[in-house]
Design a protein around this ligand. Sequence first.
Ligand code: ADP
Length: 481
Amino acid sequence: MKDMNDIHGNLIGGEWLPGEDVRPNVNPSDTRDIVGHYASAGLTAVDEAVEAARSAFPAWSAAGPQVRHDLLDAVGTELLARKDEIGRLLAREEGKTLPEAIGETVRAGQVFKFFAGEALRLTGDSQQSVRPGIDVTVTREPVGVVALITPWNFPIAIPAWKIAPALAYGNCVVLKPAELTPGCAHVIAQLLHKHGCPAGVFNLVMGPGKVVGDALVSHLGIDAVSFTGSAATGERIAATCGKLRRKVQLEMGGKNPMVVMDDADLQTAVQACLNGAFFSTGQRCTASSRLIVQKGIHDAFVDVLGREMQALRVGDALQADSQIGPVVDQHQLESNLFYIELARSEAAEVIGGQRLERDKPGFYQAPALFLGTTNSARISREEIFGPCASVIRVEDFDEALTVANDTAFGLSAGICTTSLRHGTEFRRRVEAGMVMVNLPTAGVDYHVPFGGRKASSFGPREQGRYAAEFYTVMKTAYQSA
Ligand code: ADP
């Protein structure tokens, strides 16, 4: 057992508590490096966290927007001021490169500051009743106690874009971050605590999803659940919430298409695909995993993209010249290698994809391109969540659009073209929550909605002022003088 002073505890009712177990947070760039030891909560801790949140709710929901603004603004300011140090922690625990990790920390800071402002801007409606002499007002109230369950791939931005609107609109929170990346969530908890978040308004319970997450989602003291993660877990959570008639918001996978038309600018297309498919080690739900390429540009595109992909430097996330960090853990690496092996029978050619050795033990893998494959192959239908992309050759725009839409998912979709008609038609007809023209499928703003259609998402959108749809409930009041 570690000395308690070395363990990062759970935050429950304003107290840092040890939990039932302790887990090491391992650096995927160098598995000898332990980022820290983090408490793992038991079922009693989940009960205590929900109870603390329930007790804090009456005062917090009545506290008004100024106090919420000030808290979120202070957290945002400190995240921005400490972006290099917190970004370093992020890169160390998750494995994305340092510039990407610092960028994500900045994003988390911006999100806190944005929702600080939103706390002051929440509006309602006032209308005349159809019955003379009666006033009708439509106002938004907090939902109550929200459970937030987050994945490892954006360990600070995703907790930020759930916690900030939840608190801004007067809810109390219990956060269960991913087992692999508790460090960044713990930093947010420290900052909220330090800047005066009242006891119980924000609670952190770390630990395994199947135990802590499951207990939280089905807890009777929870009013709403916001989840980002795999489709399988999302389905389970939706089933539980449906049974309990509980508000739920799910962000799950993608198999995002990037169409490259003959009339595309070749360099624009190659850069968009390099970024979209391989940056952040392809571990983004908005990653471009199906490159749908028209026949005229196909060979030139594949030639340049293949060369540039193989030139990407894969290495330690903290090393200045690394462009692609390691895969997050052994389990994910094995899953990627399984799909790369599968591609040998489902594609005409596989470029890259080999396991890489570096001067330290880490989960390094070369990015992979699957050439000459079809949209019906498993490698083109199932989310791999690694630096791997299928290239699917098509005749014309209509076939490209049909293939783009022929998927269970509908998160992000992109097209590279210099044709106004193709860009416009694609934007109008593609079945996705987010559309990118001459831009990578990944990389979004924080003040506009984020989310998808079909199997990718369920419930109201996240981010921007639209986040109020999930984190508030409406009340229609009729009043006669
Ligand atoms: P990934 O494959 O990205 O890890 P998961 O859906 O397993 O996706 O994990 C996303 C988040 O959901 C993590 O915080 C994880 O601990 C949590 N989780 C996993 N299983 C469950 C479950 N049965 N109930 C609630 N949360 C869960």
